[in-house]
Ligand binder design. Structure first.
Ligand code: AMP
Ligand code: MG
Length: 458
């Protein structure tokens, strides 16, 4: 059924340009129709994808309950993307849901996914948000909206789980070949493709989670259906950025046990990858025991690889070139001190780069001063690169992140039809590693002591 009053709220012109999509001569009404699904692009053949997933550890058959893939898009330089609507109505996988989404959460995904992209972290992106002109029922009546999401693909660990659970080995093999062809052509001719795909995904997911840890991002719902095979961050639901450094930080209202807390993200990544490995067993070797041994051996490389990549990332945050045996304790001592003194994660690294956001007497603490002496000594070991340490730090440490209270502020204004604060926030988040004037308000954490809470599937 056609929507009577669709209304485009935001169009990502930079992304459209990058995709070689020219909307400059398209009338606003037509854009509103296009980005709510009232009028699908020519040739579009939309599908809802099936998948399964471990949600908080429990296996369930799922699928696109409120999303549809409207097609694939090829850029001039042959990059292939899925274009998907989220919140466009019921599908055969909707179960008891209405298939709809509210304006606030769709704009939230737009803000945070674009922030992640600008932070140089692999992610799905947001091309547009449009209001459907209809109200949807949640705790109260809310504006309905559709997000247009762009992804390298929407194939998830859960897509493999769907076929593995149904014991459809031929189809599993077809999916494996398809994924390799689409995402990892380098391993197309390898001797054992499933094993090589497993190893590739381990590397990709470690890179991703190390990046999340770098900027203090907490995904919030790392179910296996929310882990993309492409290695992109996907499904922005209850995610948020940590302010005060606390490894146990959790924002999601339903994550009572802290399964997806900041510090658990690497452990859960490994757990999800083990579920992925299980799906591949019948394809790895006809001898099941052998297959399990081979997969286990690869999964067991996770800890060492993660530790190395995490250490290197933290070295970058501190401007340390080369490696030194004492680096780990130097890093851990800083984190412990930050935790004890309840320091802001982002702004502590800004302080170390001499980009102090706001004077804070906590930095006069004697333990911190002593730590700084050790850090400076270590910086001198950078030898030739000594002068470059700050340059290195500036590529690892954002100066501005989407602060939770700021995100809420702009969403509240957007719900009342004022989109200016949203535009301003998006503009600032385009350059998270650059000094910008007049952005102090966007850099300081909220002064409220109230715990920030986020919600799933709203
Ligand atoms: P998510 O928490 O967004 O990853 O969603 C988990 C599952 O619930 C997915 O299969 C979604 O498609 C489905 N889902 C979430 N919200 C809705 C809704 N409003 N209507 C139908 N299905 C939904
Ligand atoms: Mg999901």
């Amino acid at each position: 059924m056609l929507l009577k009053k669709p209304e485009l709220v935001i169009l990502n012109k930079d992304l459209a340009k990058d995709l070689n999509l020219d909307f400059t001569r398209t009338h606003e009404d037509e854009l509103s129709s296009l980005f709510t699904g009232n009028k699908l692009p020519e040739g579009s053949d939309s599908i809802a994808q099936a998948y399964a997933g471990h949600q908080f550890g429990h296996f369930t058959m799922l699928g696109d309950g409120r999303a549809i893939l409207i097609g694939e898009h090829l850029t001039k330089d042959n990059r292939r993307y899925d274009i998907q609507f989220k919140g466009s109505g019921r599908t055969s996988f909707s179960r008891n849901g209405d298939g709809r989404a509210a304006l606030g959460p769709m704009l939230r995904e737009y803000i945070i996914s674009e922030a992640m992209h600008n932070l140089k972290i692999p992610t799905t992106r947001s091309l547009a948000v449009a209001k459907t002109g209809e109200k949807i029922m949640r705790d109260t009546l809310l504006h309905g909206a559709v997000l247009t999401r762009v992804a390298q693909s929407h194939i998830r660990v859960g897509t493999f789980q769907y076929l593995a659970a149904s014991k459809k080995n031929d189809e599993l093999k077809t999916l494996l070949d398809y994924v390799i062809k689409r995402h990892y052509p380098d391993i197309e001719n390898s001797k054992n493709k499933p094993l090589d795909l497993l190893e590739t995904l381990i590397n990709k997911q470690i890179d991703l989670v190390v990046n999340w840890m770098r900027v203090g991002f907490i995904h919030g719902v790392m179910n296996t259906d929310n882990m993309a095979i492409s290695g992109e961050t996907i499904d922005y639901g209850p995610c948020a950025f940590m302010d005060t450094y606390d490894p146990k930080t959790v924002f999601s209202s339903i994550d009572q046990m802290g399964r997806y807390a900041y510090c658990n993200q690497p452990v859960i990544t490994r757990w999800n990858l083990s579920r992925f490995a299980e799906c591949l067993i019948p394809l790895i070797n006809i001898n099941q025991d052998k297959a399990i041994n081979q997969a286990t051996e690869i999964i067991n490389t996770f800890e060492k690889k993660y530790e190395e990549k995490w250490l290197n990332m933290m070295r970058g945050k501190l401007g340390l070139f080369n490696e030194n045996d004492k680096d780990k304790s130097l890093i851990l001592d800083l984190l412990t001190w930050m935790h004890q003194k309840k320091l802001d994660y982002t702004n502590t690294f800004c302080h170390l780069m001499n980009d102090e956001i706001k004077k804070d007497i906590k930095f006069e603490d004697e333990n911190f001063q002593n730590w700084k002496i050790r850090w400076k000594e270590r910086l001198r070991e950078n030898s030739d690169n000594y002068q470059n340490y700050k340059k290195l730090m500036k590529t690892f440490n954002p100066i501005v992140i989407p602060r939770n209270h700021k995100v809420e502020e702009v969403l509240s204004e957007a719900n009342q039809n004022n989109f200016e604060p949203l535009e301003r926030l998006l503009e600032i988040l385009k350059k998270p590693y650059h000094n910008q004037s007049d952005i102090l308000d966007y850099q300081i954490p909220s002064s409220s002591n109230e715990k920030y809470q986020t919600f799933c599937g709203t």
